[in-house]
Design a protein around this ligand. Structure first.
Ligand code: FAD
Ligand code: NAP
Length: 458
């Protein structure tokens, strides 16, 4: 969507743009934000793409991901809170391109099956399957942009005895909501965003206990009673789990929050990125140009502090390379540039360094394009404030507000706190429930019409 928008923006400014075809295997765009209730395979028998679930709210402040050229104010016409739920963010990214003609360039329900590069003719042949008709076709292209995401193919490690566990075992990719975890003893393996958020979702929905098991180190938040962190699982014995520090616990459900694999089953090995999930994957010049074949570009292949605005910066730069507005340095110069950034990357020490590094990476890309520069230092400040607020209270950080770095608008306080809100729909989010209705949710009282009447008169 960022790439399509980048070309559209150049075209609007009078540039001649090349013929573009986008293939999307789902019926609509939005990627991860285009939620599917299914798990395993989708309605076409394809692997389900989205790893999202009910009640997923943005886990970073929206002010850190805002498009510099399409603001939340422009989309919603009024200030909203800093941590919108999934459907609200889908509406925002869809809204930017909803009224333009770029959707015509997308062939939906069409899975890319294979990409072949002919070195002699310097051309790519892309074979796709229309999932509705079952028809397979091939077309030729001069350039390829890979924007298939990298949080869809679960990393599923083995633990001794796990096959003897009698409860449910699933990966976070297949998790669709925490309601069924009520009154259960839940084990989450992993110590990153999935473990953190699924852990607090389980807590919110009334799990009896939540245990998170870390490999490298604990997340270390000040968890509420009922959530604990233990070192790595050593082995399972039926319902009993032994941890490497000698502790044992019994569980009803296990969720592997062990991350995802970079996997591009439609690409031959020489074009496919193979990397751990980090913020500067090797072999990508400026994080986007495939070193071994600079006519192949990746968008969003990094681990992500910044998201939508980083994808824009990348898309604008890739567009300019394709339009010949930006010059591609020689292979040696690209290698030297990557070495320099890899060295910086390897010296990073902790989250604050990571955020600053990604901000500098984005600044470097925007400097090379006409994407509107925004106050990256202020976004870094917001990220650091967010980290601090999580440290202070992991349950309430989503109730805090941050200012937009683009418009200066201060986010509103949402009508219902994250812990109390059980309806994550766009309609509910944008509604203005009566005061007594919110109180009824929070303190469990009956709504009081008289009080609302009085509030309206006030
Ligand atoms: C559980 C979860 C929660 C997240 N929460 C947040 C959050 O709160 N805030 C935030 O900023 N970011 C969040 N992210 C990060 C998320 O990765 C980005 O926000 C964003 O969705 C990445 O966009 P993308 O276009 O790179 O990839 P994706 O969103 O994954 O989109 C890739 C698209 O490629 C399509 N595709 C894949 N293979 C093929 C094929 N062979 N042929 C055709 N089409 C194909 C898919 O159907 C999909 O539409 C979250 C990620 C996950 C997994
Ligand atoms: N909006 C939301 O609330 C929300 C919710 C969930 C996810 N997300 C997003 O989804 C993306 C992916 O997050 P993620 O947490 O799924 O993946 P991730 O950040 O890549 O983390 C993977 C975790 O799995 C652990 N791990 C990997 N292999 C393991 C093994 N063999 N044994 C034990 N632990 C192992 C890693 O431990 P080590 O540290 O030891 O490597 C790490 O803690 C992120 O962009 C995140 O922001 C957002």
């Amino acid at each position: 969507m960022a790439a399509l928008r980048a070309f559209e923006s150049a075209q609007r400014a009078g540039a001649k743009i090349p013929e573009i075809v986008a293939y999307e295997k789902q019926d609509d765009w939005g990627g991860q934000w285009n939620y599917d209730w299914r798990s395993g395979t989708d309605k076409y028998g394809e692997p389900v793409h989205s790893s999202m679930y009910r009640n997923l709210w943005s886990n970073g402040p929206k002010e850190a991901l805002e498009f510099a050229e399409y603001t939340f104010d422009e989309h919603f016409g009024r200030p909203i809170s800093s941590y919108p739920p999934r459907e609200v963010l889908w509406d925002y990214i869809d809204g930017r391109v909803r009224k333009s003609k770029v959707k015509d360039k997308v062939q939906f329900s069409t899975a890319v099956r294979w990409v072949d590069y002919d070195r002699d003719q310097d051309i790519f042949t892309v074979t796709v399957e229309n999932l509705r008709s079952g028809k397979t076709t091939s077309s030729e292209f001069d350039r390829i942009i890979v924007a298939t995401g990298h949080f869809s193919f679960p990393n599923v490690p083995e633990f001794e005895g796990i096959d003897s566990f009698p409860g449910t075992v699933q990966h976070a990719h297949d998790f669709r909501g925490a309601e069924k975890l009520a009154d259960q003893r839940v084990l989450l393996i992993g110590a990153s965003y999935s473990a953190e958020d699924i852990g607090v979702q389980a807590f919110k929905m009334g799990a009896r206990s939540v245990t998170m098991s870390y490999r490298t180190g604990p997340m270390g938040y000040d968890w509420p009673d009922g959530i604990e962190e233990l070192p790595l699982v050593d082995r399972f014995e039926g319902q009993t789990v032994h941890f490497t520090d000698g502790e044992t616990r019994e569980f009803d459900s296990v969720i592997l929050c062990t991350g995802y694999l970079h996997k591009y089953p439609f690409l031959p090995g020489e074009l496919a990125l193979y990397s751990p999930n980090n913020i500067y994957p090797a072999s990508l010049y400026r994080g986007v140009v495939w070193q071994k074949n600079p006519k192949v570009y990746y968008l969003g292949a990094q681990d992500q502090w910044f998201t939508f605005n980083m994808f824009d910066a990348q898309a604008w730069y890739v567009r300019d390379l394709i339009l010949g507005r930006a010059a591609l340095p020689s292979a040696e110069q690209r290698a030297a540039h990557m070495r320099q950034w890899r060295d910086r990357f390897q010296e990073l020490d902790g989250d604050a360094d990571d955020v600053r590094f990604q901000a500098e990476y984005i600044r470097d890309l925007i400097d090379a394009t006409d994407y509107p520069m925004f106050d990256l230092d202020e976004v870094v400040r917001i990220f650091l404030a967010w980290k601090q607020e999580k440290k202070e209270n992991i349950i309430t950080y989503r109730d805090k507000s941050h200012p937009s770095v683009i418009t200066g608008t201060m986010a509103t306080t949402h009508h219902t706190t994250w812990l109390q809100e059980l309806d994550d729909s766009l309609e509910r989010y944008l509604s203005t429930p009566e005061r007594s209705e919110v109180e009824a949710i929070v303190v469990g009282t009956e709504p009081d019409a008289e009080k609302d009447e009085a509030a309206t008169q006030e």
